[in-house]
Ligand binder design. Structure first.
Ligand SMILES: NC(=O)c1ccc[n+]([C@@H]2O[C@H](COP(=O)([O-])OP(=O)(O)OC[C@H]3O[C@@H](n4cnc5c(N)ncnc54)[C@H](O)[C@@H]3O)[C@@H](O)[C@H]2O)c1
Length: 252
């Protein structure tokens, strides 16, 4: 176990599965007390057990982050039970998945859903921690965007719009918080080995892999490592930036 985040609280939204699970484990391994907010209780409890098995501290809170009241309650509970947040990772987000379509036939409810889950959650969760971070004059916010925001992939208009919004949010908030030495950065994962990729047809999966110059999909741990760096003292002078972690598929 590392100690770089000993005594610190790290909040991971959507920390139950995939990239979020890798992050929950990685932050705990670096000594943080980890708070997970997720709506999938079974997977979240499994992740929490994995953290505890490594000797980590974890608070798992069942919450649907599309419900603002649940966000407010969840963050208040974290502060009460673990203490103030030093790190927030805005990881919740997704494409339209089963409602995936080209824009001309997209349902308006699907557009609303994708913007809600992939952008608004980031703003509203961040709003819960920023006042305290400002008062204390410390904190790290890392938000997960996507390389689809930069590449503009077909069938992802809503998702690209939301994830580009995450990048604009990151820059503007970084500028507001730089005088308080609070770092705000974003990561754009490329295609990553999580269930999100398992759901797509085999030929689309092959195409995604073939488009990556390094010849393989990203591991969730690759994204977690980038987040740890952006939360660490080693990145103290990096803010408002977008870090591409995609095996070379898209440059920014
Ligand atoms: N997997 C990829 O290829 C890839 C590529 C680029 C970006 N991303 C981004 O990375 C992040 C994580 O993706 P993943 O592949 O690990 O997905 P995942 O589906 O494996 O995990 C997402 C987690 O978020 C939770 N979640 C979703 N909506 C929620 C809500 N409303 N309230 C509470 N919890 C909710 C889910 O329960 C799940 O535990 C997302 O923002 C995604 O857009 C993923």
């Amino acid at each position: 176990m590392g100690t770089q985040f000993a005594g610190r609280v790290a909040i991971i939204t959507g920390g139950a599965n995939g990239i979020g699970r890798a992050m929950s484990l990685a932050y705990a391994e670096e000594g943080a007390a980890v708070a997970i907010l997720d709506r999938e209780v079974e997977a979240m409890n499994e992740t929490a057990e994995m953290v505890r098995a490594k000797g980590g501290t974890v608070l798992a809170i069942a919450a649907d982050l599309l419900d603002r009241a649940q966000i407010v309650d969840g963050f208040a509970r974290i502060e009460r039970e673990l203490g103030p947040a030093y790190i927030l990772v805005n990881n919740v987000g997704q494409t339209a998945r089963e409602n995936f379509s080209q824009f001309y036939e997209a349902k308006i409810e699907t557009l609303d859903f994708v913007i809600g889950v992939s952008l608004q959650t980031t703003l509203i969760c961040s709003r819960q921690v920023v006042p305290g971070m400002r008062e204390r004059g410390e904190g790290k916010i890392v938000s997960i965007s996507s390389d689809s925001a930069i590449n503009g992939d077909i069938g992802c208009v809503d998702y690209a719009a939301a994830k580009s919004g995450v990048l604009g949010f990151t820059r503007a908030l970084a500028r507001e918080l730089a005088p308080m030495r609070i770092n705000v950065n974003a990561i754009c994962p490329g295609a990553t080995k999580t269930r999100a990729m398992d759901r797509i047809p085999k030929d689309a999966y092959e195409r995604a892999r073939n488009a990556i110059p390094m010849g393989e999909l990203c591991d969730p741990e690759d994204i977690a490592n980038a987040a740890i760096f952006l939360s660490s003292d080693k990145s103290r002078f990096i803010t408002g930036q977008t870090l591409m972690v995609n095996g070379g598929r898209v440059f920014y």
